[in-house]
Design a protein around this ligand. Structure first.
Ligand code: PLP
Length: 385
């Protein structure tokens, strides 16, 4: 990306519209990391002066991440990814739960990190209920109430969906979970810095690379009363809860990105609102938005068009980075489980594309990209006719 590092645009040629897959690293995060890559190499868990300096930098970063999460009564432990944080939260909560609480309740539209971990736990004797969602991608709270009772150890629900951007009512779901004595895990990977993190959550998983930080680091925020059993054993780092030498560079980069996300919360939100309006205006008629429009983070636009071949559209426009759904689903060629869950047919799923934009996207480049997407889609129709 050269001179455009952090902007997500390569010399005006490449337009990056895949913010749900990952985000461009903020220049502030990159420069905070630089000394910890180039000069300072101490082990943050060693007692030397250098080690203590690295440990102190990690503690500053931890506070910055905790402040961006904004909840009280608990603390965050760093992990290698949000996937690890989610695995840890689910497996570690299940391990500590009394035998009579052997159920986990989750949602059909969760990320694979949740669904596959639940599937694995099923093979270990857990009973898993995956709640369906409506055409708008949202849960029906009466169905949530009906599914949760005293046999449930954990309820896992995502805040902002990574494919269709819809926002689940996690606080209400958590209250229902608590009424039955179950804990609540919120996958807030796409929500951090964008929508308020639900107060009622006991466990919150986040990831640096979705908020303009580096890849390879996430965190699990845990309420004091809800610490899961450790997933990774070893040297006893992170209060004995998550062993492994921490990377000061990655922690500091995450901290800087989190601080920026907190400081720019309002500016980023207003910018995203403007981008959303500009995108829709440029797109023109003939497109349908997948999932709720009102209950949505507007830096995500998942749209479909009758007869469109989404995969072909992507290969026709190599200079615009967009996707068919989650990064994992795009690679596998499998139809998106999220679009299936909101009731789309295979045909409608294939004709859907996901656009993600944010802090470093300009209205002009987005509008230009939308016009090109619309034109290319209409050309496809002409050839198909
Ligand atoms: N949860 C959601 C909603 C995501 O979008 C992602 C990343 O795609 C993850 C979890 C996993 O995050 P990580 O890449 O840090 O493992």
């Amino acid at each position: 990306m050269g001179a455009n590092r952090g902007k997500g645009v390569d010399e005006g040629r490449m337009i990056y519209l895949d913010y749900q897959a990952t985000t461009p690293v903020a220049p502030e995060a990159a420069s905070a990391m630089a000394p910890w890559i180039e000069e300072k190499f101490a082990n943050p868990h060693s007692p030397s002066r250098w080690g203590r300096e690295a440990a102190a930098a990690i503690e500053v970063a931890r506070k910055q991440v905790e402040q961006a999460i904004g909840l009280s009564g608990g603390s965050a432990a760093f992990t290698g990814s949000a996937t690890e944080a989610i695995n840890w939260a689910i497996k570690g909560t299940f391990e500590k739960a009394p035998p009579a609480r052997n159920r986990i309740v989750t949602v059909q539209t969760e990320h694979a990190a949740v669904l596959d971990t639940c599937r694995w736990l099923e093979s270990q004797g857990a009973e898993v209920t995956s709640l369906r969602v409506g055409r708008d991608g949202l849960l029906d709270l009466d169905e949530v109430r009906a599914a949760i009772d005293e046999s449930v150890a954990l309820v896992a629900a995502m805040l902002v969906n990574n494919e269709i951007g819809v926002i689940q009512p996690v606080d209400e779901i958590a209250r229902i979970a608590h009424d039955s004595g179950a804990l609540m895990l919120c996958d807030a990977v796409q929500g951090l810095g964008r929508v308020p993190i639900p107060d009622e959550a006991d466990l919150v998983a986040v990831s640096a690379h979705k908020i303009h930080g580096p890849k390879g680091i996430g965190a699990l925020w845990m309420h004091k009363s809800a610490e899961p059993a450790p997933l990774i054993h070893g040297g006893g780092q992170e209060q004995g809860l998550r062993s492994g030498t921490l990377s000061p560079a990655l922690c500091v980069g995450f901290g800087a990105a989190a601080r920026l996300a907190s400081e720019r919360r309002h500016a980023d939100r207003e910018h995203v609102e403007r981008l959303w309006a500009a995108a829709l205006e440029a797109l023109g008629p003939g497109w349908t938005i997948n999932g709720s429009i009102d209950q949505r983070y507007r830096g995500n636009l998942n749209i479909r068009r009758e007869g469109l071949d989404g995969a072909r559209l992507i290969s026709d426009m190599r200079d615009i980075a967009l996707s068919l759904g989650s990064a994992c689903a795009s690679g596998s060629g499998r139809p998106s489980h999220v679009l299936r869950a909101i009731g789309l047919s295979d045909r409608e799923t294939r004709s859907s594309i996901r656009l993600g934009f944010g802090r470093y996207t300009s209205e002009m480049e987005l509008a230009g990209a939308m016009r090109r997407i619309d034109e290319t889609a209409r050309k496809q129709e002409k050839f198909a006719a």
